[in-house]
Design a protein. Structure first.
Length: 462
């Protein structure tokens, strides 16, 4: 298998090269030359695999044999050795037609750990194999930064800089990033919002001279390896639910802001996983809901919400889905993305919109609905949802017909978002690892929202 760009000017590159390129050199996003399709027989064989074994089976479909089998096995098993549940991503039943996929058992209590622990191991492996210095650069709305830092802190051959929006992540998210004292870690607290941070990251990766001279590597979901790693838990969740219920098909409800997690579900479906509807759960920053319901992709006014990791207007992975729904027409994608850059919107209609609506549902969960969902499930089932997971469950409830099982993704532990939990008078017990953060000193650099300020800090760090 080879990889190519959604904009058509990068193609036929191998897995490691795609991993290291991150964002396509033509500004597009990298996708596989051809999506591997898994047979029914193979799905049956995969049903009994452990999480690690399943990850190996899926990764090998994309890797072209570029990493020796024993090396890859060590990377995968080391990646998930720190997870607190032996199943890595266990499934819990909330009610007869609703299951919860817990993705927060990694070291930073968020779903980003699942891909980023592996990517951290993989970057370390490549740095050693190629005897090179790698500078990881990323933006975070809260969880990506902590997970990425956890994956590479203290590692030789790697430096990591993470941009986060000042004052717009939860306190625990901030502490998980800024209490890390390793010299290979730089946290930049940026005046602005996540979209500002993400835009600057894309601009720096689009500057090919800066990218090459500073050995930049991407940790955000612009990197296809993030998506690949996240497909695993869709397969694993389906197998767990199918064993418990005999279901032949399930739908998934996914809290998302950057379209990465739900695109992984779309990719799993294209690979042959029997998925019904992919339900896109957003908050008041509901550009993606409007796209699914009306065919209009247009950023609105940024709003801070109870689910800050989804406070995103411009979704990085949207271009990947647009590429597929437009029939893999790279010329059309170049036109549409240029139109978005100049006019600020993309509009689709007719058969294309009908296809989107066949594949996706969407629900923008407003603040009070989010809090009411947390309160309801805590009262009825004794299960405490974080506000992002609550958005997923609220969207699942909206689409529930009682005829098909929905698996809703629980993307973070509620302790990471106690600001919202306290609003409904729930006192929760923090895990020891999170409680300890409040006693540690912080280290971060605050910068204004200009690219020049960020570049200045990067140059000094590298």
């Amino acid at each position: 298998m080879k990889f190519k760009s959604t904009r058509g000017n990068v193609g036929k590159i191998g897995f490691i090269d795609a991993f290291m390129m991150g964002l396509g050199d033509d500004g597009g996003l990298l996708v596989p030359d051809e999506i591997p399709v898994v047979s029914t027989e193979t799905l049956e064989k995969w049903r009994e695999l452990s999480y690690q074994e399943l990850a190996l089976a899926i990764f090998e479909l994309y890797m072209n044999g570029e990493i020796p089998e024993q090396d890859l096995k060590k990377l995968v098993y080391d990646s998930y050795a720190t997870f607190r549940d032996p199943a890595v991503t266990p499934v819990r039943k909330l009610k007869d037609d609703l299951y919860l996929l817990e993705l927060f058992h990694g070291p930073t209590f968020a779903f980003k750990d699942i891909a980023l622990q592996f990517m951290g191991q993989l970057y370390t492996y490549v740095a050693k194999q190629q005897n090179k210095q790698i500078h990881i650069l990323g933006a975070t709305s809260g969880d990506t930064g902590a997970s990425a830092i956890e994956g590479v802190k203290g590692k030789e051959g790697i430096k990591i800089c993470i941009l986060h929006p000042h004052g717009k992540v939860s306190k625990v998210q901030e502490l998980q990033m800024t209490t890390v004292q390793d010299d290979n870690v730089l946290n930049l607290s940026v005046d602005g919002n996540f979209d500002d941070c993400q835009r600057m990251i894309k601009e720096l990766f689009a500057d090919l001279d800066f990218k090459a001279s500073n050995h930049l590597a991407a940790i955000n979901s612009i990197n296809f390896v993030r998506i690949m790693a996240q497909t695993v838990y869709y397969f694993y969740a389906y197998f767990q639910v199918a064993k418990q219920t005999g279901a032949k098909q399930v739908s998934f409800s996914v809290p998302t802001g950057n379209f990465g997690d739900i695109f992984a579900g779309y990719l799993a479906k294209r690979m042959g996983l029997p998925v019904g509807k992919l339900i896109l759960a957003t908050n008041e920053n509901n550009i993606l809901e409007r796209f699914v319901l009306e065919g209009v992709y247009k950023p609105g006014d940024f709003r801070s919400t109870y689910s800050p990791s989804m406070d995103i207007q411009v979704a990085s992975n949207f271009e990947r889905y647009l590429y597929y729904v437009q029939g893999e027409d790279a010329a059309q994608i170049r036109t549409l993305m240029e139109q978005f850059k100049t006019a600020g919107e993309i509009v689709i209609a007719g058969e294309t919109l009908a296809k989107v609506q066949q594949e996706f549902g969407a629900h923008g969960v407003q603040g009070q609905e989010c809090l009411d969902t947390i309160k309801h499930y805590d009262t009825v089932s004794g299960y405490l949802l974080d506000p992002h997971s609550a958005c997923g469950v609220a969207a699942a409830d909206k689409y529930s017909s009682g005829q098909e099982i929905i698996v809703s993704l629980a993307t973070a532990h509620p302790a990471k978002f106690n600001e919202a939990i306290k609003l409904i008078d729930i006192e929760q017990q923090f895990p020891e690892q999170i409680s300890a953060l409040f006693e540690k000193p912080q280290r971060q650099t605050r910068v204004d929202g200009s690219l020049q300020s960020v570049v200045r800090e990067l140059v000094a760090f590298y």
